[in-house]
Design a protein around this ligand. Sequence first.
Ligand code: IMP
Length: 436
Amino acid sequence: MSVTVVLGLAWGDEGKGRVCDALANDARYVARYSGGNNAGHTVRVGDEEFKLHLIPSGMVREGVICTIGNGVVVDPEVLAREVRELEERGLDARNRLKVDGRAHLILPYHIRLDSSREKALGDSSIGTTKCGIGPAYEDKVARVGVRVQDIFNEKILRAKLEGALREKNSIFTNVYHEEPFEVDGLAERLLSFKELLGPMVTDTGAMLREALDRGERVLMEGAQATLLDNDFGTYPFVTSSNPSVGGVCVGAGVPPNRLENVVGVTKAYTTRVGDGAFPTELHDGVAETIRDAGNEYGTTTGRARRVGWLDLPAIKYTASLNGVTHLAVTLLDVLSAVEEVKVCVGYEVRGAPVEGYPMYQDALEDAKPIYEMFAGWGEDITGSKTREDLPGAAREFVEFLEKEIGVPVCMVSVGPERDQAIFEWTHSAIEEFSEA
Ligand code: IMP
């Protein structure tokens, strides 16, 4: 058995949670490999809606073991809250969740620094989720981070906090004119998580590798998405981790030759939260229509998402970068609300057509989309169960994406409920697709 990776092809919020939920049906393990609680995965099960930020959405499937890999940054307060909330709703989160001892912690000073820095950047701010993600990853790379395992060794914990705060406090007091943090208060709070975390902390990479050796199926749940990748995204308007496929190996501890299926998830249109170039962004009534029909408001921050047409140069770039083997197209039903559907098939930069997705920030900022038009279908498709059930125009749209991106579509979501999706979406269906 091998690994199936589910990751986003644009700027996040593609509906990865529900694609993972569908695939988790026949997976034994669901793992997070990057990011932190800046993610917002929504899964609907009947009348119930689960909004998860840190814990993999596989948790809503009974029997699935969820792991938070070494590449994730963990805010222990959020972890404790999510475990409690899931348990209140009858899910045995405590027993089915494993957290890697190498994962770094997001601490209160990271959260404060994230906000203070965004404020100081003014008009140039990134538009972060203010969860402390960037500062936590900075500390990891600067080798002054505090790790999950440090909670179990008070001496190491205090020494690390002292070392980190020496510099941080000088930034808080001298640069931002804010109160310093104290080691004692932080250490005490962190030590209080010992009981909760004790049974959960493990070497999750070793656990997943052993599971793979035993023939069990592992699903990697991407958070954020490829255009937010620190290396390959629209830098500097990106997150501080690697949500793209390379992040799986370093963030979950599995070797590359175990990655077999890479399911790239894209909405039938595009959204973005936070700042940065977005060539196909709409500023008219169509944006409002799509935002309302798709309920395009952030799960983590509640911010109204920026909305635009599907951007093929971007999706082709991210599909190629990630070695995507299958596409999942989400929220197709939302486009029932518009009269005409556009897809960006290329860009012009300063009057000249360009090949592919620009590497230069200024080229992307100046990129003018070239559109291909599609007739709208203007009818309710939420009951569609197969490709054939779709109106001709909607089918044509899906098949156009499949042909242009050169990857088979394995799932199309046509409504928020678990069963409102077309095509078989199980691993066996994916494997059949791969063999065809
Ligand atoms: P950070 O990850 O909080 O540092 O935010 C950096 C950028 O990534 C901002 O533009 C955020 O809005 C964006 N971002 C981070 N996480 C998500 C997500 O899960 N969905 C969509 N955008 C995200």
